[in-house]
Each structure stands twice: as C-alpha cells, then as structure tokens.
Design a protein around this ligand. Structure first.
Ligand SMILES: Nc1ncnc2c1ncn2[C@@H]1O[C@H](COP(=O)(O)OP(=O)(O)OP(=O)(O)O)[C@@H](O)[C@H]1O
Ligand SMILES: [Mg+2]
Length: 334
C-alpha cells in the first residue's frame, strides 16, 4: 500500500472511531440536508399532536466535531509537502536537499540544499575543505550521502545508482588532474572517448565513419585543438590537457558537466580561453564549475554559490556574493 493510501486509511479509521453510535457520518452532519435540525423540526410540526397534548421532547441531534488525529494531520502535511517538493523538483536538472555526509564524525557536507536548472551554468566557490569536491563525489555516485535527496532530471534518485550508471545517464565529471591517454594523439583520445563499447583497436581502425568524423571535428574546434590534432597528448601543455579532457567528456555528450578547478595551474591566457570555452559548452548543456580563481568566475558571468562547512553560505550574482559579509569573513577577505 502506498504511503498516501495508508494515511487515508488511518484518517478513515480515526473518523470511524470518533463517531458516536447511531449518529450519521461527520460529513452528513455537516451538510444541511433533509436530516438537518431545521428540516427535522418541520417534519415534527406537520405531524404534531392536537393542541393541549404535551408535545414530545424533540430529539436534539448530538453535535459531533471530528478533528483529525494529530498523527494523521502530521502524515498528511508530510505527504503534501513531499508532493509540493516533487512538483518543484520535476523541472530541475539537479536537486539536492538536506544532504549530509560525515567522515569519521566530521560533517564534510552538512544539510546541503542546491538546485541547478536545466541548461544552467553555475559556479561554486568556497574555502578549502568547504565540501565542493565532496558534493561532486555525491552527485557522481563516488560517495554515498548519509542522508538527503539527490535527484537528476527531476526524478532520477542518484543515491540509488553507482558511478558507472550515473556517467551513462549523462553526468560527466572532470577531476582536477587531467587524465588523458598520453601516448595517443589528441584526435585518437577523442575517438576513443566517442567509441563507447567498442574495443580500443576497433575504435582506432574504424576511422571512416562520417558522423563520427564530424563529431570529432566539432569537439576539436570547441577545445581549440584542431591544429594540434596529430600531436601526442603527452606533448600538450597542462592547460591543453585540461581542454582535451573536457573534449573527451563532451564526446560522451553529457547533459550535465561537472568541472573541478579547471584553471588551476593554467596561464592567464589559457584561463581566459577556458572561460570562453565553458561558456560555449554551456549553450548546449548544464555545467557546474568549482573554482577559486575569482577573475575566471567573473568571466563566466553566471550565478555563484559559495559553500562553507558543507552548506550554502551565500548564493546569487558574483557581485552580491562577493559583497556578502559572511563570504568576506570566511573566504574572500582572507
Ligand atoms: N574520503 C574522505 N575521507 C575523510 N575526509 C574526507 C574525505 N573526503 C573529503 N574529506 C574531508 O571533507 C572536507 C571537505 O573536503 P572537500 O575536498 O570536499 O573540500 P573542497 O571544498 O573541495 O576543498 P578544496 O577547495 O581544497 O578542494 C575536508 O575537510 C576533507 O578533508
Ligand atoms: Mg576540492
């Protein structure tokens, strides 16, 4: 039986128990119908005894006030709140509510609630240890939360899936350290990521597939590496390796891309280019970017969430968040 049905059944039983014997249902009493006090009186008059005779005492209907049992009310309110939550959640791409994760008693994530809309790019900032990476670990199934809700695309409960399944659902994640196939060319790195279930050998031999070639071209353009397509990944700069890894994630066509500190260790020029690159990517999918580089975050020009001690400290435009005294105290003012 569903929770809703259980609640209704409990409420019904409580109503029945609080009903005095012989009196109609609370609903019937509440409606001024043929059995209502006024109507009863009318009937009595038409059949009244001849004058002089004592009129029998009119039976007074007993008033029955049935108030729901507090437990039923509580359950009902909980159900209604859950339904309202479900409606609010349905249009979101990512929905975290009341998420908590402790490591040896330390709450790395503490009652965290965060919503990312479909198509949105969001920047996440916050001091070291704020829980930014742990939040990504939870979204991608690497870490399971102790409690709280994590939903993707409205109703996919991510806490019920493992990392591989979550990646297949369309959540791509870029770690801070680039992980590319160093001994392969850039083009082949992308091809291998596109290939999905095919073996490495098949992917490399099978080069004539037109749609695949077009997709590789498109990705190379996006990650600014078309001219270097034949270069071995090992020979790329740190920044270019980061872009290549973003390209490899794009090959899987994720609906949501999580990027952890993409510009750490990049030159200023690479950092600027990365902001442009991510803005382009965000025109076709949602992106969550964790970064400490405020110049870069400003270039992104998107809504910012500042985390602190595993919770949202401040949220809004970068101007609003960076002027927030709480953010200045724990992060920007240091
Ligand atoms: N697997 C783990 N075991 C124990 N503690 C952990 C684990 N993962 C994270 N933590 C702790 O949780 C807290 C949050 O860490 P997290 O890496 O999420 O912070 P962050 O916001 O990404 O910080 P940074 O900006 O330095 O990358 C830290 O105190 C960290 O030591
Ligand atoms: Mg981190």
């Amino acid at each position: 039986m569903t929770e809703a049905k259980v609640i209704d059944k409990v409420a019904e039983e409580i109503r029945a128990l609080s009903q005095p014997q012989g009196v109609g249902s609370a609903q019937a009493n509440a409606q001024p119908s043929a059995s209502a006090p006024g109507a009863g009186r009318q009937e009595a008059r038409t059949s009244s005894p001849p004058s002089g005779m004592a009129e029998p005492a009119e039976p007074q209907p007993r008033e029955t006030v049935v108030s729901p049992h507090p437990y039923a009310t509580q359950l009902r309110e909980k159900r209604l709140a859950a339904e309202a939550n479900g409606r609010a959640r349905r249009d979101t791409l990512l929905y975290l509510d009341g998420v908590t994760k402790s490591f040896d008693g330390f709450k790395a994530i503490n009652n965290l609630s965060l919503v990312i809309e479909k198509g949105e790019m969001r920047a996440i900032i916050g001091p070291n240890g704020a829980g930014k990476t742990t939040m990504m670990d939870i979204i991608t199934g690497k870490t399971r939360p102790d409690k709280g809700e994590v939903f993707f695309n409205g109703d996919v409960d991510l806490t019920r899936h493992d990392e591989a399944a979550i990646a297949n659902m369309g959540i791509g994640r870029k770690f801070q350290k680039p992980t590319v196939f160093e001994s392969h060319t850039i083009e082949d790195n992308i091809r291998l990521s596109l290939s999905g279930p095919r073996s490495v050998l098949e992917a490399l031999v099978h080069r004539k597939d037109e749609p695949e070639r077009a997709r590789i071209e498109e990705i190379l353009e996006t990650i600014r590496l078309t001219a270097k397509r034949k270069t071995l990944a090992a020979n790329l700069s740190h920044g270019q390796k980061q872009w290549l890894e973003i390209g490899m994630l794009l090959a899987q066509d994720p609906e949501l891309l999580l990027v952890d500190e993409p510009v750490a260790g990049m030159t200023d020029a690479e950092t600027e280019e990365t902001a442009r690159l991510l803005r382009e990517i965000a025109t076709t999918r949602s992106v969550v970017v964790v970064e400490h580089d405020m110049g870069f975050v400003r270039e992104l020009g998107v809504k910012v969430t500042c985390l602190h001690e595993g919770s949202v400290l401040s949220e809004g435009t970068l101007d609003k968040v960076s002027a927030d005294p709480k953010v200045i105290e724990v992060y920007l003012g240091r």
